[in-house]
Design a protein around this ligand. Sequence first.
Ligand code: GLU
Length: 424
Amino acid sequence: MSKAIVSTLYDSDVFKMACRQFDKAADAINLPEGIRDRTKYPRRCLAVALPVKRDDGSITVFEGYRVQHNLSTGPAKGGIRFHQNVTIGEVAALAMWMSWKCSLAGLPYGGAKGGIVVDPSKLTLTELEHLSRRYMQEMVNFLGPHTDVAAPDVGTNERIMGWMMDTYANHVGHIEPAVVTGKPISLGGSQGRKEATGAGVAYFVKKYLEDLKIPLGKTTVAVQGFGNVGSETALALQAYGAKIIAISDYTGGIYNPKGINIKKALAYVQYAKVLKDFDGGEPITNEQLLELKCTVLAPCALERVITDQNAGKLKCRIIAEGANGPTTNAADKILDARGDIELIPDIMCNSGGVVVSYFEWLQNLQSYYWSRDEVMEKLYVILDRAKESVEYQKRKFKFSRRLAALTLGIGRVAEAKAARGLFP
Ligand code: GLU
């Protein structure tokens, strides 16, 4: 029997969680020993020091990472996270999930993720630009339209993607929009990319509500996280006719059983930067939000917020995982045993973002651009197909929905690896 000989490089709770998920899925489909470890562990990573000149003339060195988990099924694909608690272990776990996510959606990509240990709200716009450009400069030989394609994630946005693409382009000597997705439209960004992740989460929620025969007009929603994913999920579900009764960010949450006006909340956050003191309802904590009685709970912030401490107390009918890894393995076990909550797992639920990133990359490579309607129509076709295959797998093997999604994603990567040989 072969066993991987690995260091503690990625050691962290979240990497262990992703590995445990993998092991469970590999056991469930009897993945041959010889293919397991090379499907499981990241292929390679790069850690860089990023000296940045501050506005006051001083210099701060930040640390940045890129982990390429899998390059066997296409260029690696994944976002770049700016957050003060980023670790290389977390980035590795997120890269693993990108592999399964792309594979499940049938995209011709591997998986990757990047990150910088920084609280972006503490930087001025100039400092943020210098940091973003320096990161890409250090990554020029590691990324590329046919090697590894970057995108936004927590703490990054269109503007940052634009700076990164420009830095890459200046190094190679010509514009290369396909190295980064989630760019501004003026630099080759795709119609629909900004709202794609939230639109996808809302679309899945709508489909599962239909399956459960719950009308949208009778649906109440609590959304944790009010960044790009959380706010777009709330907007899209409100547009479908659902009532958003709670939203939150890291400063706390707002609860209003009569419904929160999401456009107003967004306008407030644009001006105040945080939700704190928004007068659309009563203040609540993030912990209280998760345990609210509602039809849909959408964790759209960070990992590991639904735990063995609160899984038994949730009062929702559906969990829609807009975030990556919001539910711990111990919580999964509790939810499985309860059996009264439909869980739409992250690698399917939030895949709308990377699907439209794929469309953006395709449009960039062809220099041929699509309308928003074309993008959304093609997005929903892919999401429908993913849902259908997951439901089939779930029924056929009596798996939980997460296990069904993971086994499909992992199985396809392992199959490609076996077909290619040891090198990729
Ligand atoms: N960061 C997003 C995710 O976790 C998007 C990745 C991408 O578009 O490549 O799925």
